[in-house]
Structure formats: C-alpha cells, structure tokens
Ligand binder design. Structure first.
Ligand SMILES: [Zn+2]
Ligand SMILES: [Zn+2]
Length: 182
C-alpha cells in the first residue's frame, strides 16, 4: 500500500513498501496490453517518506523484470527495470518573493513540488509516472547488437550475409522508431 495521511508522518518518517502484480498498475498493464513488453516479475516498490519543514520528502526505489523486443534485432530478451527517484510533497504552494519582496507567481511544477491533500495521499500514480520515465522504449539486447540486414533479414548477431551494408538503419528499426510514447 502506498497510501497514508499527512499526519501519519512523524519525525522519523515512514517506510511504505509493496510488491504487486502489474495487473494492479493500470499504466504498466497498458504497456503489456499494447505488447510493448511482458512483465516477468511483480513490481517491488519501497518509499521512505519523511518531514522536511512544511513539506514531505519522498525517496523511492522500484524494481521489476521485463521481457522486451530488442530495438535493433527484434529478438526478445529479459532485463531488469529498476530506478530511484525523489519528490517533494506540499499541502499548499509556499509563497516566493523576489529581491524587492514582491510575490512571484510560480506553479507547483516550476517549484519542483507535488501538491497533495492532507488525507488519503496515494503515491501510486506518482510512482507509476516515475516508472514510465525509466521505461526502456529503445532497449538493446546488447550494447553492440548488430541488428538485422535490411535486404535479406538475416540476424547479423548470428551470421553474416553478403548484402551490401551501406545503411546501418533498416526498415525494421525505422518502423520501430514510429512506436514512441504518446
Ligand atoms: Zn538486438
Ligand atoms: Zn543481407
């Protein structure tokens, strides 16, 4: 569970953990339904929420395992998807003044803050956003993957062919290029 109330966070903070199948994460489930990838393991999330003045700081980590298609050779391979992030939560926007004491209008975004309510704060959608930011839309099975030949379709990691190789890009990778996130 990644829910809490603002008042639950005492001096030492709170650790929230969950380990859930991707089916309970709609944003990630959507990737699987679009056949972008297959999740091979539950998603593990660990968050440390602690007070910082009028705000709450969140330090988070996530981890799962994916099966994806290589962007160059189109073969399937599995990889870890993991990352960490930090965010600051605020109940109200703090007022900011310029050198002359005049108030400056800044949005939460511009201040790097996320506005939340006092009760039933749910960090799940925010965590999903962070995971999507880390998602490998152009995963490579290996740093030096040679891809497939544009002319004959041979997987050049497995064997070479006799076609002329003047264009390192090929129609398959160009097609894959069009599948960028909306
Ligand atoms: Zn590859
Ligand atoms: Zn060839």
């Amino acid at each position: 569970m990644l829910n809490f109330d603002w008042d639950d966070i005492k001096q030492n903070g709170l650790v929230l953990e969950c380990r859930e199948d991707v089916s309970s994460w709609p944003e990630l489930q959507a990737l699987q339904e679009e056949e972008e990838c297959r999740f091979l393991a539950p998603l593990e999330v660990k968050l440390h929420v602690y007070p910082a003045g009028d705000m709450l700081e969140v330090a988070g980590e996530f981890r799962t395992e994916l099966e994806v298609d290589c962007y160059r050779c189109l073969s399937k391979f599995s990889m870890d998807l993991e990352g960490s992030f930090e965010m600051s939560l605020a109940k109200d926007l703090p007022s900011v003044e310029d050198e002359d004491g005049a108030e400056i209008e800044l949005s939460a975004d511009e201040m790097g803050l996320t506005l939340v309510d006092e009760k039933s704060i749910d960090l799940k959608p925010l965590v999903a956003e962070q995971i999507l930011l880390a998602y490998p839309y152009r995963a490579l099975c290996a740093e030096n993957c040679k891809g497939v030949c544009a002319t004959c379709g041979t997987d050049l990691n497995l064997q070479s062919c006799h076609c002329r190789q003047d264009n390192p890009l090929n129609k398959f990778t160009l097609l894959k290029d069009l599948k960028i996130p909306k």
